[in-house]
Design a protein around this ligand. Structure first.
Ligand code: PLP
Length: 376
């Protein structure tokens, strides 16, 4: 059996090496390392794939979130509601821009931001909601957009973990997540579902004016060369990374299918066990592209199971071990423990198993057998 890895980028690369190498070589031949034709080609390719009017590539997913918020003109003191159970980048940029982060609890069934908690957190100062499509599972965008419209709020989708996932409204309208809110942000960090071989990110929007504003912000606030109209940043996707992404974008649907297939195999072996709650993905509205395959281990020794797997050479991890409202950087007197029952529970129960496009049946079998051996 091949050594099990949390993420196996090498095996994935081996299958597309010829195409990727040619793409990189083309950049080396032309020396157009910044803003080369590959960047424009990727932008167009991703716009077509997502069905969105504007993709603005940038340097990483964290920048994408920050720039999206800058583009919307949010200002210090504005309250921005986001999930307590996510990677810190989401709340980090809110704080960095001197906006007021308002962390709210998530739902147990999909680990995504709770509509009830959003509703309860809205005040006259609230300006935006940032749903995160956590672990690749689409958040309830129909519910989020209805709340946002009712209260005149912006919606910034953190789509770093769910590129390619669809959301379908009750009326049957299907859209790619990241393109439903006013603006979406994603990351091409190597281990993400569409990863480059370094850092990369992008912002999506269907709003022409916002796209124009953002194109200036990513480039030092310039709309005309050496005319700086607003305070911007320097955030670029470089041509080599764009070349890698051009080679990989045609495989994104296949990659997401491989992830779903692996998840289905895990579920088949583990669902129904009294100590295991498997992630569900039979719901057509909230598509799941399994950036992570995350179990809840209930009424059992989660940490002991993790050690058992590690001892057997099976990598696994706790995403995320500490709620954001308990992190030193984001502690605030406004937060009360009783407002975060689900996040506080999840951090003690979650366990993420190896998930990538190259998992083999034999490996999955060994992993699930090892879990069941410990839990009996
Ligand atoms: C990865 C990630 C980011 C940040 O992306 P980088 O490219 O690493 O800056 C933001 N939000 C979430 C939920 C992520 O998983």
């Amino acid at each position: 059996m091949k050594k099990i890895q949390m993420v196996d980028l090498k095996s994935q690369y081996d299958k597309i090496a010829v195409t990727v190498n040619a793409s990189i070589q083309e950049v080396l031949n032309t020396n157009a390392y910044i803003n080369g034709p590959q960047v424009h080609q990727f932008q167009k390719g991703l716009e077509d794939y997502l069905g969105v009017k504007h993709v603005i590539p940038c340097a990483n997913g964290t920048d994408a979130l920050q720039i999206a918020m800058m583009g919307l003109g949010l200002s210090p003191g504005d309250e921005v509601i986001t999930a307590d159970f996510t990677f810190a980048a989401t709340v980090e940029v809110i704080a960095l821009l001197q906006l007021t982060p308002v962390l709210v609890d998530v739902d147990l069934h999909d680990m995504n931001i709770s509509l009830e908690r959003i509703k309860a957190a809205i005040t006259p100062k609230t300006k935006a909601i940032v749903p995160v499509h956590l672990f690749g599972r689409a958040a309830n965008m129909e519910g989020v957009m209805a709340l946002a419209n009712e209260h005149n709020l912006f919606v910034i989708e953190d789509n770093a973990q769910a590129i390619g996932a669809d959301f379908t409204t009750k009326a049957g309208k299907q859209s790619k997540v990241g393109t439903i809110g006013h603006v979406g942000a994603t990351s091409f960090f190597p281990s993400k579902n569409l990863g480059c071989y370094g850092d990369g990110g992008a912002i999506f929007t269907n709003d022409d004016d916002l796209a124009h504003t953002i194109r200036g912000i990513v480039n030092h606030g310039m709309y005309e060369r050496y005319h700086h109209d607003v305070v911007g940043v320097n955030s670029r996707l470089d041509s080599i990374q764009a070349g890698v992404l051009n080679a990989k974008l045609p495989f994104l649907n296949d990659y997401n299918t491989s992830r779903r297939d692996a998840a289905a195999r895990y579920n088949a072996a583990l669902a129904g066990h009294v100590n295991i709650v498997t992630p569900s993905f039979d719901n057509d509205e909230n598509d799941h592209v399994f950036h992570q395959y995350t179990l809840r281990i209930i009424n059992a020794d989660r940490n002991g199971l993790m050690q058992h797997l590690l001892d057997k050479g099976i990598p696994c991890a706790i995403y995320y071990p500490i709620p954001l409202h308990s992190q030193k950087a984001y502690i605030d007197v406004r937060y009360k423990e009783e407002d975060f029952p689900v996040t506080n529970q999840l951090v003690t129960e979650v366990l993420s198993l190896p998930m990538h496009t190259e998992l083999e049946d034999e490996q999955i079998q060994f992993i699930t057998d090892s879990i069941l051996e410990f839990l009996k």
